[in-house]
Design a binder for this molecule. Structure first.
Ligand SMILES: C[S@@+](CC[C@H](N)C(=O)[O-])C[C@H]1O[C@@H](n2cnc3c(N)ncnc32)[C@H](O)[C@@H]1O
Length: 374
């Protein structure tokens, strides 16, 4: 496989034609030859295809100014499929092939058949739903190495925004577990996603969080995840460490390490370093994490859990102390950065092998003693 990037912007079925449009870029030496396309697991190779590629892409010029093909990366691709043979919903996978190899697949859901949650629920988790769901499905696959048969845990799953697109990607042998601390949020995916995909389950846990669940009776720092050891292949925390204090994050890292088998954690955070602090100063109307809170920085001194930023070095150190290696970090636009992947920073963690982690765990106590005796 060669290094490539791209996005499938739009997929529609009209008058017997499945029409896909987007953009794709391979390496400097790549020349796009065509695509392999599947709808669910049905290959569309037998259907007549018409491809227009290397179309102008004025919207990509600034982002890919250093790529010689950044100006002509758009495509549209049409498959002629008789309506009676066509499934009107499902996951489209489009895999580009270039003269120098196969590129990374692009994914899109063709017409969701699960309704969208009401607007007030979407606002309660920060806004944005199906587009964010699709965006993160792409990260799980490409950054977290997710496969259709994998077992996924979504911590702080809210209204099932991550589950929504995942329910089209994960197969029947897989499982998805989500838990959250707010009743009103968790009941939406329980009533709307589980009936369509019974292997998707959601749980409410009454944990205290000053912002999300101030009446909560249980303590996050002693909550044992209700799953056996090594029972997941991918664990997601989308916009959750941004609401957890360090003591909670540390405990969650231990529990994650226990329930994760081989596999990755895909999590988001607001990471503070020289560049993000400088950007926050320039971008005064954006998110401001300026109030110190222990080693962290918060937006609202009255309710620290509303939004928490971690110094980048501290975040990395905590992950390492609790048995993880950093697989990759993808900085976000939240502080007004021009070059970014998503809104929040995305961190991909990989569980370290047991031998190495025993060594590091014994150093953890020394690190904290030092930090708090300052
Ligand atoms: C910004 S929302 C993100 C929801 C979801 N991950 C998504 O991206 O759609 C943050 C979520 O974290 C949940 N949360 C807060 N404290 C938690 C805790 N201690 N354990 C698990 N979830 C928690 C909140 O209830 C809320 O649903």
């Amino acid at each position: 496989m060669i290094k490539s990037t791209g996005f499938l912007d739009d997929v529609v079925y009209r008058n017997g034609m499945l029409i896909l449009s987007g953009w794709v870029l391979g390496t400097e030496e790549s020349h796009l030859l065509g695509f392999d396309c599947t709808l669910n697991s049905l290959s569309l190779a037998n259907y007549k295809e018409q491809l227009n590629c290397h179309l102008p892409s004025p919207d990509l010029i600034s982002k890919y100014s250093s790529h010689s093909q950044g100006e002509r990366a758009r495509f549209n691709c049409e498959f002629s499929i008789p309506a009676k043979l066509f499934k009107h919903t499902g996951l489209i996978r489009l895999t580009p092939y270039f003269n120098n190899g196969i590129g990374q697949s692009l994914y899109k859901i063709l017409k969701y058949d699960i309704p969208l949650p009401p607007e007030d629920l979407i606002l309660a988790i920060g806004g944005g739903f199906d587009n964010v769901s699709m965006e993160f499905l792409d990260y799980y696959i490409h950054l977290g190495h997710l496969k259709p048969e994998h077992r996924v845990l979504d911590i702080g799953c809210g209204i099932g925004r991550m589950a929504y697109a995942l329910s089209y990607y994960l197969d029947k042998k897989s499982k998805f577990e989500g838990f959250d601390v707010v009743d009103d949020l968790i009941s939406w995916p329980t009533n709307n996603i589980t009936p369509r995909s019974p292997n998707f389950r959601f749980k409410k846990v009454d944990l205290y969080n000053k912002w999300y669940n101030p009446q909560g009776l249980l303590k996050t720092e002693s909550f044992k995840f209700p799953y056996p050891a090594r029972s997941f292949d991918l664990i997601s925390l989308c916009s959750v460490f941004t609401h957890l204090l360090p003591i909670h994050m540390e405990h969650y890292l231990d529990e994650i390490s226990r329930v994760l088998d081989e596999g990755c954690v895909v999590c988001t955070a607001f990471l503070l370093d020289k560049e993000s602090r400088k950007n926050m100063k320039k971008n005064r109307n954006g998110l401001q994490l300026t109030h110190p809170y222990g080693e962290c920085f918060i937006k609202n001194p009255d309710v620290p859990e509303e939004t928490i930023g971690y110094p980048r070095d501290l975040f990395i150190k905590l992950a390492q102390l609790h048995g993880f290696d950093i697989e990759s970090i993808h900085l976000g636009s939240w502080c007004g950065r021009n070059d970014y992947l998503s809104y929040q920073d995305i961190v991909v963690l990989k569980k370290r092998s047991k031998l190495k982690s025993n060594n590091t765990r014994s150093k953890s106590a020394i690190f904290w003693n030092k930090l708090f005796s300052k």
